[in-house]
Design a protein around this ligand. Structure first.
Ligand code: GLN
Length: 409
């Protein structure tokens, strides 16, 4: 009997390599777990159930998979079956990783709880009354709940890190440009990245190494400067850790969250790291406002491609082309994408462009410079990922501002 709740991808790979388990048996164990718990947890939108020689992977449903439905959590893409693979899906395939399934998410990756999925929310495996975070909530639930050994998500403004934090697993948002976005349903192209969600840092390094690197199909990608190394936790001598005051003492951070982060910092110190206070005053003050201008602006432009002509849903209309566009979008997009399209279009409109989008771009540069300066002094900056632990389903669903505030850090 395989305990999928505890098995790491590394351990699963070991079992396969030593011939103690077949690929079919491994996939079977996850399919059994899915059958047992996914009706409640709803990590998956589509179960593919492939088996092979390597450890199977679950992919967030914004990751294009040839011949396998890809919905982005939206009615507007319902029924869309891509004719090509995204680069990350292709790399998983080349490495022999079978596809376990496509995971649930906030529609078009817009949200922090998975409640914005057009197909219903995912639930936190540790307490199904609570959200798993978002937007890569399904991937986090799959890994934390033992329904997948490891998974990929995407992170535009926290969508890998935050659900990983709320489900108690590891999430990495890689440096922009290190992982190809070819075939990823675009949200905000200057921010979107693909990243792993795993049980351990070692699994995370393995999966990251597998997907990272230059891709001629995505001109924003770069070659990695060095191979990805699996970090050794037992020795942190010489590692300089900065603790940004504003991100650790911001208003609204739960005492329990601070307590756990402080404990982790003390542990790093015990392992030999040098810990010092750092400061990122502008990033915390302006980060959220800046993000909620830049990301919707880019989204309003990216989502213009869903017109009912080329993919997915098409409204039945008896009228002209403009009516077809309007009806299709009205029926196909949920409330959050509509809200972001409106916000973004407004921020980009003539007369307001400089005051909103232009200003946000300048602030973004200031934030980047502030981080670059901090990384001159420190190897690592430590802060909570989310100001709170997993909140209750429904608690913030009707209040977009409260939901956006959970992205503060
Ligand atoms: N919570 C953020 C938002 O709603 C994060 C989205 C993301 O990273 N895809 O925009």
């Amino acid at each position: 009997m395989i305990d999928t709740l505890r098995l790491t991808a590394e351990e699963a790979a070991g079992l396969l390599e030593r011939g103690e388990l077949s690929g079919t048996e491994l996939t079977r164990a996850y399919l059994d777990a899915i059958e047992e718990r996914d009706e409640e947890l709803h990590a998956y939108l589509h179960v593919a159930g492939e088996s092979g020689e390597a450890v199977p992977v679950a992919l967030k449903d914004v990751i294009t998979t040839k011949g396998v439905p890809t919905t982005a959590g939206s009615r507007i893409l319902e029924g869309y079956v891509p004719v090509f693979d995204s680069t990350v899906a292709a790399r998983c395939k080349e490495a022999g990783l079978p596809l376990l399934g496509k995971t649930n998410l906030d529609e078009f990756a817009m949200g922090s709880s998975t409640e914005n999925s057009a197909f219903g929310p995912s639930r936190n495996p540790w307490d199904p009354e609570r959200v798993p975070g978002g937007s890569s909530g399904g991937s986090a639930v799959a890994v934390a709940g033992g329904l997948a050994p490891w998974a990929l998500g995407t992170d535009t403004g926290g969508s890998v890190k935050q659900p990983a934090a709320l489900c108690g697993i590891v999430g990495l948002r890689p440096t922009y440009g290190t992982v190809s976005r070819y075939g990823i349903v675009a949200f905000a192209s200057s921010l979107d990245q693909v990243g792993p969600l795993t049980k351990t840092v070692r699994d995370c390094a393995r999966l990251y190494a597998l997907i990272a690197g230059r891709d001629p199909c995505d001109s924003t990608t770069v070659e990695l400067p060095a191979p990805v190394e699996v970090p050794r936790a037992e020795d942190l001598a010489g590692v300089r850790i900065g603790v940004p005051r504003e991100m650790n003492e911001a208003e609204g951070i739960d005492a329990g969250v601070t307590e756990r982060v402080q404990a982790a910092i003390r542990l790093a110190e015990d392992l030999g790291a040098e810990v010092e206070e750092a400061s990122l005053p502008r990033s915390v003050e302006y980060g959220l406002a800046c993000y909620y201008l830049v990301a919707p602006a880019e989204a309003s432009s990216n989502l213009a491609r869903y017109d009912g002509v080329r993919y997915g849903h098409r409204a039945e209309v008896d009228g002209d082309l403009t009516t077809l566009y309007e009806r299709t979008r009205w029926e196909g997009f949920g409330a959050e994408p509509k809200r972001r399209i409106l916000l973004g279009t407004y921020a980009l409109s003539a007369g307001y462009y400089e005051a909103y989008y232009g200003q946000a771009q300048k602030v973004r540069t200031v934030i980047a410079q502030e981080h670059a300066a901090a990384f001159e002094r420190f190897d690592v900056l430590v802060s909570p990922t989310s100001p709170t632990v997993a909140f209750r389903i429904g608690e913030k669903a009707e209040n977009p501002l409260a939901m956006y505030l959970s992205d503060l850090l």
